[in-house]
Design a protein around this ligand. Structure first.
Ligand SMILES: N=c1c2ncn([C@@H]3O[C@H](COP(=O)(O)OP(=O)(O)OP(=O)(O)O)[C@@H](O)[C@H]3O)c2ncn1[C@@H]1O[C@H](COP(=O)(O)O)[C@@H](O)[C@H]1O
Length: 102
């Protein structure tokens, strides 16, 4: 299994069973979607800062962002398959063409 798929499975298992005291993921779910969304925003900002000022930290910050995004998706009952389906739907459609058709 791909590491991202394994991580998603772990996140869903924590959501459905784990205790906040023993699991960071469970503690995020316990705090609720606004807190999870806030973490995604913070990690996105840290990713941007790394890209511009500390590129050696970019992969690590991007991993934090993807991890928290997976938690947010799971909280909303969504997952990587939903993102894959959306990206597949867009495949081959230029961003310029899509914007012009709006
Ligand atoms: N990939 C990750 C991962 N990436 C980052 N983090 C945690 O994300 C947190 C982010 O740190 P911050 O300082 O931004 O946040 P904070 O200060 O703790 O939180 P706030 O004060 O902002 O609320 C840290 O505690 C990191 O350890 C992660 N925690 C867990 N995972 C994966 O999730 C699995 C399940 O984790 P648990 O639920 O903790 O068992 C782990 O085995 C890992 O595979």
């Amino acid at each position: 299994m791909d590491p991202l798929d394994r991580l998603e499975a772990t996140i869903r298992a924590r959501r459905d069973a784990a205790e906040p005291g023993s699991s960071y993921v469970a503690s995020l779910f316990a705090k609720g979607r606004p807190k999870i969304a806030q973490k995604v925003g913070e990690e996105a900002t840290e990713t941007v800062i790394a890209a511009l000022a500390e590129p050696d930290k970019l992969a690590s910050e991007a991993a934090d962002l993807v991890f928290h995004l997976l938690v947010l998706l799971a909280d909303a009952g969504l997952g990587l398959d939903d993102v894959r389906a959306e990206l597949a739907r867009r495949e081959g459609v230029s961003g310029h063409d899509e914007k012009a058709s709006r």
